[in-house]
Design a protein around this ligand. Structure first.
Ligand code: MG
Length: 413
């Protein structure tokens, strides 16, 4: 069996409402690149990568020179072909490798007639639990609905999601409004769902001192962990020394070098494994084994996925012996998906792990075409330039939470 062709198609899929991130970033729709790998014996494997456009499509096309003729089952050799130490100095191919690895695992599973989780050691659970991923949101510009800005709106949004999907863990993405406002919102969630678990993630936007103040103010709640409150292993280590909540990261432990550094001088208790950021499902399984050895926690991270990447998260989550937290997924914010049968459903806050051979998801060609056309029409997304917060950067001490963010929270003034 040999790879005979690699195709990449960039799509954009609308979200219910624009999601606000820290550092003046936001998502109004997801842009993803769908990768298809064909083999000489007629198999088709699917991969997915965040972002996209001409450069992503060209990058995958460039890899054809290396990979046509490669046997998809040779996954370690694949890693050295794409990520060998010298090539890695010149090209950051980790996420390209991830998408190719997904597709190769999909092909191998189909060829052997087994789901990907069987290739990873076999599943330990039939369903993976997920957290509600709560964002501050702008209203949908077309419907005027979906705004999440105040504590009341946040709780109402979380209640609706819990009713619809059954979530029992709630993650608040912060770093958008002043910490005092986000603290009030977080505590409102805790009041509204006293039996549920919580986690807060401002994407490293707080200073160490702000993080310590925030952390101490939520120590009494049912926190899973305090995710990237501030930037960097040294900052997280200082926060961890002062706050009685486990720390977590998906930003500064995403390589084995960083994982080793964290083991040698502990800063992070829970490592959030992202099948894209770590370069594939198998690197996440290997990292989870290191974490198991050193008794660090792990969870399944979401970097914004359509159904193909969601499938990789489900196969990973199904097989990790040391998974003790609900997974993250942006998935419920999507209005649609490009996989056959539409969005995978949540039941009681869980999604069923696919059992069909390979990743267990197939493309809906009509939707792939439709959302590729939408991408052609709308182009890329200025993720880091939120029109509502155009001057977020100045970083004047104590002023960085001021205008325009405060304008959006008039109740604070
Ligand atoms: Mg995070």
């Amino acid at each position: 069996m040999k790879i005979s062709d690699i195709r990449a198609t960039t799509v954009t899929v609308p979200l219910e409402a624009p999601l606000l991130h820290s550092n003046g970033a936001h998502w109004g729709r997801f842009v993803r690149t769908i990768v298809e790998i064909e083999t000489d014996d007629g198999y088709l494997g699917l991969g997915e990568m965040g972002g996209g456009g001409e450069s992503a499509e060209l990058a995958f096309r460039g890899l054809k020179n290396y990979l046509v003729g490669h046997d998809p089952i040779q996954l370690e050799a694949l890693r050295f072909k794409i990520l060998n130490p010298t090539a890695s100095l010149y090209n950051n191919r980790t996420q390209l490798h991830a998408a190719i690895e997904f597709a190769c695992l999909d092909i191998v599973g189909q060829k052997l007639g087994v789901p990907v989780h069987d290739l990873l050691g076999g599943k330990l659970r039939d369903e993976v639990p997920f957290a509600s991923y709560l964002f501050f949101r702008y209203a949908n510009p077309e419907t005027g609905e979906g705004e999440v800005r105040t504590a009341d709106q946040l709780v109402e949004h979380a209640r609706a999601l819990k009713r619809q999907h059954g979530f029992m863990t709630h993650k608040l993405k912060g770093g958008v409004y002043p910490p005092e406002h986000e603290l009030a919102c977080y505590r409102a969630l805790a009041d509204a769902f006293p039996a549920d678990r919580l986690r807060y993630d401002p994407n490293g936007a707080l200073s160490v001192e702000e993080s310590i103040r925030f952390g101490k103010a939520i120590e009494d709640l049912r926190n899973d962990y305090f995710e990237d409150p501030t930037w960097g292993l040294n900052g997280l280590r200082r926060v961890r020394s002062m706050v009685d909540i486990p720390t977590a990261t998906n930003t500064v432990v995403i390589t084995f070098e960083q994982l080793a550094a964290n083991v040698l001088d502990l800063a992070v208790d829970v490592i959030l494994l992202d099948t894209t950021f770590w370069g594939g499902i198998r690197p996440c399984v290997k990292a989870a084994a290191v974490c198991e050895t050193f008794q660090l926690g792990v969870a399944v991270h979401s970097s914004g996925e359509l159904g193909i990447q969601l499938a990789t998260m489900l196969h990973l989550g199904a097989t990790l012996p040391n998974l003790t937290f609900a997974a993250d997924a942006h998935y419920h914010h999507l209005t649609d998906d490009i996989i056959d049968g539409g969005k995978l459903p949540y039941r009681d806050g869980r999604i069923r792990v696919p059992d069909a051979p390979g990743l267990g998801v197939k493309l809906d060609r009509e939707k792939l075409r439709r959302y590729a056309e939408l991408y052609q029409e709308l182009g890329g997304y200025t993720y880091d330039r939120d029109p509502g917060r155009p001057e977020w950067y100045p970083l004047v001490p104590n002023d960085r939470w001021a205008d325009p963010a405060v304008r959006l929270t008039p109740s604070l003034r």
